[in-house]
Design a protein around this ligand. Structure first.
Ligand SMILES: [Zn+2]
Length: 555
C-alpha cells in the first residue's frame, strides 16, 4: 500500500519534471528562432486605412491572405518585401455598383483592377443571374482576379415568372417570385436590386417590390435600386425607394445617385435632403455615384415603356403601325421636353452593332449624316430605326457638375463605377469603367480639393464594406483580408475620356487581392486570387420581419 503510493507519487513527479523540461526547451527554442516569416511585407507607406482617419506611417505584414500585422515591424522577415516609400497604401476599392455577369469570359477584370478595385458587386439595376449558387460557384473552376458578390435582381426574377408583360403578377406568380428571391438570398446574394426604368422592372408597382424586398430583408440583405426616375420625378422616386425600405424593413442603397434633368440641375440639396431626412428618422439609406456628368444605358430607355411591353418583337410590331409609331414619337418628344434638353445632341452612341461608324457620335450628328435633318422628330425617327435594328448602348451627357460635386461630398455617398468588364478597343463605352476611382483621387481630391484623400478612400472601402456587409474587408486592420492598393497620390489620374475610353489610369503601382498581387509594378500578373463573397442568408439564418426592421433602425 505504502510502496504503491510512493511509486505513484514518484511517477507523477517524474512526469511533471519531464513536462517542465520539455516546455522549457520549447520556450528556449522559440526565443532563439526568428519570427515566422510573413508572405509579404509592405514597408514605409503612408497608410490611409479606409476609416477616414488621417494617414499614418507603418509597415503592413501579410500572411495567408490576411493582414497579419500593422505597425513598425523592424527587421521582420517576409518571403518578399515591397518598399512603398512615398506612396499611399489603402484597402482595395470595393465597387458596389457593377454589371459583370460576363466576368468569367474576362477573369482578369483588368479595367477594374487597373483602377484599384479588388471587390465587385454585380446584379445591379434589376438584372442578375437567377442562379446565384451556380454563378458564385463557377469561381472554383474559373478563378478571378477580384472578389465577387451579387445581388438577386427583381427584373430577372420577374422576367422568369411573368415574362415581359406590362401587368401585375398574380398572387401565385408573386409567390413564385418571392421564392426565387428567397433561394437567391439563401445561396448568398447580398440583397435585392431593381431597375424600375427597364423592361420588365418598370411594370412593377411599389407593393410588388416591397414584397420581394421583405424577403431579402429577412435574410439580412439590402435593397439596391435604379430608381423609377432620375429626372423630372426624381424626388418621387427617392420617396418610393425610402418607402420600400421602410415597409420591407431593410437598408436602402440608391444606385448612381444623380439628377439627369437639365431643368432640375442644382436641385441636389433637395434630393440629398430627402435621404438625410430618412436617415434622421432612423432608416438606413445610402447612395453611390460615379464621378462623371454623363450616364450610360440603353437607347430604348428613352422610349415609352408602353412601347416596349412584351419585349423587342412586340415593340417592332407596334412600330409597324403608323398611328402607334406617331404616338411613340409624340411621347418621346414630350419626355425630351420634360428633361430640359432641346434635342438629342446630349445622347451619344457607345455601341451600335449594325453600323460601327455611329459609335462615338450623337443622335443629332447621326441624324444630320443619315437624313440631313436637324429637327427633333427626325432624330426620334432615327432612334426608332436604330432600336428596330437591334438597339444601341448610349452615353447621355445629362448631369450638372455642381450636383456631381455636392453628391460626392455627402458622407453617405460611396464611389462606384456602374461598369461592366471591358474589352479593350471594343466600341466607345463610358470611360467610368476605366477611370472612376482614379478620377476621384486625381481630379476631385488632388486638383479640386473637393474632399480629402482619407474621405475619398473611405467612400471606396469601409463605407461600401459596411453597407454591403463585407465584415473583414474595407479597412487596413489586423485579421482583415489583405485586399490592398498602392498608389502615388501626386500622380494618380484617370486617362480614359469619352472619345478614347480604353485607357488605364496612371499612378497605381500595386493591387493586391487576398494577399496576392494582381497588379505589380504597374503590370498585370497571372494571379487569380479572388473569392466569392456570400451574403448573410447563405448561413441559413432567417431573421424575422420585426428583427429586420429593428436592424434598420439600429444600424
Ligand atoms: Zn442602373
Amino acid at each position: 500500500m505504502k510502496t504503491s503510493l510512493f511509486l505513484r507519487s514518484a511517477a507523477v513527479l517524474l512526469t511533471a519534471l519531464a513536462l517542465g523540461v520539455f516546455l522549457f526547451a520549447r520556450l528556449a527554442v522559440d526565443a532563439q528562432a526568428p519570427a515566422p516569416p510573413f508572405d509579404l511585407l509592405i514597408t514605409n507607406a503612408r497608410i490611409v486605412d479606409g476609416s477616414g482617419n488621417p494617414w499614418f506611417r507603418a509597415d503592413v505584414a501579410i500572411k495567408d491572405g490576411r493582414i497579419a500585422r500593422v505597425g513598425r515591424l523592424g527587421p521582420a522577415t517576409a518571403k518578399r518585401t515591397i518598399d512603398a516609400r512615398g506612396q499611399v497604401l489603402a484597402p482595395g476599392f470595393i465597387d458596389v455598383h457593377t454589371h459583370v455577369e460576363s466576368i468569367y469570359s474576362q477573369p482578369a477584370a483588368e479595367n477594374f483592377v487597373r483602377m484599384g478595385v479588388t471587390t465587385l458587386v454585380t446584379g445591379n439595376c434589376g438584372s442578375s443571374t437567377t442562379d446565384v449558387a451556380e454563378f458564385l460557384g463557377r469561381m472554383k473552376e474559373k478563378p478571378l482576379a477580384v472578389n465577387l458578390a451579387t445581388l438577386i435582381a427583381h427584373g430577372s426574377v420577374r422576367r422568369k415568372i411573368v415574362g415581359l408583360d406590362d401587368r401585375a403578377p398574380t398572387p401565385e406568380e408573386l409567390k413564385q417570385m418571392e421564392s426565387l428571391v428567397e433561394r437567391g438570398m439563401q445561396e448568398g446574394a447580398v440583397g435585392l436590386s431593381t431597375g424600375l426604368i427597364y423592361v420588365p422592372g418598370t411594370y412593377a408597382k411599389t407593393d410588388e417590390v416591397v414584397a420581394l424586398a421583405r424577403v431579402a430583408g429577412q435574410y439580412g440583405g439590402l435593397y439596391a435600386t435604379h430608381m423609377r426616375n432620375e429626372g423630372d420625378k426624381v424626388a418621387d422616386a427617392i420617396r418610393e425607394s425610402i418607402q420600400i425600405g421602410e415597409q420591407a424593413g431593410l437598408p436602402v442603397e440608391i444606385s448612381h445617385f444623380k439628377i439627369s434633368n437639365k431643368k432640375l440641375w442644382g436641385q441636389s440639396p433637395m434630393t440629398l435632403g430627402l435621404v438625410r431626412e430618412a436617415r434622421a428618422r432612423g432608416l438606413v439609406v445610402t447612395v453611390d455615384q460615379y464621378a462623371y456628368t454623363a450616364s450610360s444605358t440603353s437607347l430604348d430607355s428613352r422610349l415609352p415603356s408602353w412601347l416596349r411591353a412584351g419585349g423587342f418583337e412586340e415593340a417592332k410590331k407596334r412600330l409597324a403601325d403608323k398611328a402607334t409609331r406617331e404616338r411613340a414619337i409624340k411621347d418621346t418628344k414630350e419626355a425630351l421636353k420634360r428633361s430640359g434638353f432641346k434635342d438629342y445632341s446630349f445622347a451619344v452612341v457607345a455601341s451600335y452593332g449594325p453600323d460601327k461608324s455611329f459609335n462615338g457620335k450623337s443622335i443629332a450628328e447621326i441624324t444630320k449624316e443619315v437624313k440631313d435633318k436637324k429637327d427633333v422628330t427626325s432624330q426620334i425617327e432615327q432612334m426608332l430605326e436604330m432600336y428596330e435594328a437591334g438597339g444601341a448602348s448610349m452615353i447621355y451627357h445629362g448631369m450638372g457638375e455642381d450636383d456631381v460635386k455636392r453628391i460626392m461630398q455627402e458622407p453617405f455617398t460611396m464611389i462606384a463605377s456602374d461598369s461592366g468588364v471591358r474589352q479593350v478597343d471594343e466600341s466607345v463605352p463610358h470611360p467610368r469603367g476605366y477611370g472612376n476611382n482614379a478620377r476621384v483621387l486625381g481630379r476631385y481630391v488632388r486638383e479640386l480639393k473637393l474632399i480629402s484623400l482619407e474621405d475619398a478612400i473611405r467612400k471606396m472601402t469601409s463605407l461600401p464594406a459596411q453597407t454591403f456587409g463585407f465584415r473583414d474587408r474595407g479597412l487596413i486592420r489586423e485579421g482583415f483580408a489583405a485586399d490592398l492598393v498602392i498608389f502615388d497620390e501626386n500622380t494618380i489620374i484617370d486617362q480614359a475620356t469619352y472619345d478614347k475610353p480604353h485607357q488605364y489610369p496612371l499612378g497605381i503601382s500595386y493591387v493586391i487581392v487576398n494577399g496576392a498581387p494582381v497588379i505589380e509594378q504597374n503590370q498585370l500578373t497571372t494571379a487569380r486570387p479572388g473569392v466569392a463573397l456570400f451574403g448573410p442568408g447563405s448561413e441559413g439564418k432567417k431573421i424575422s420581419h420585426a428583427t429586420a426592421q429593428r436592424r434598420n433602425e439600429n444600424l
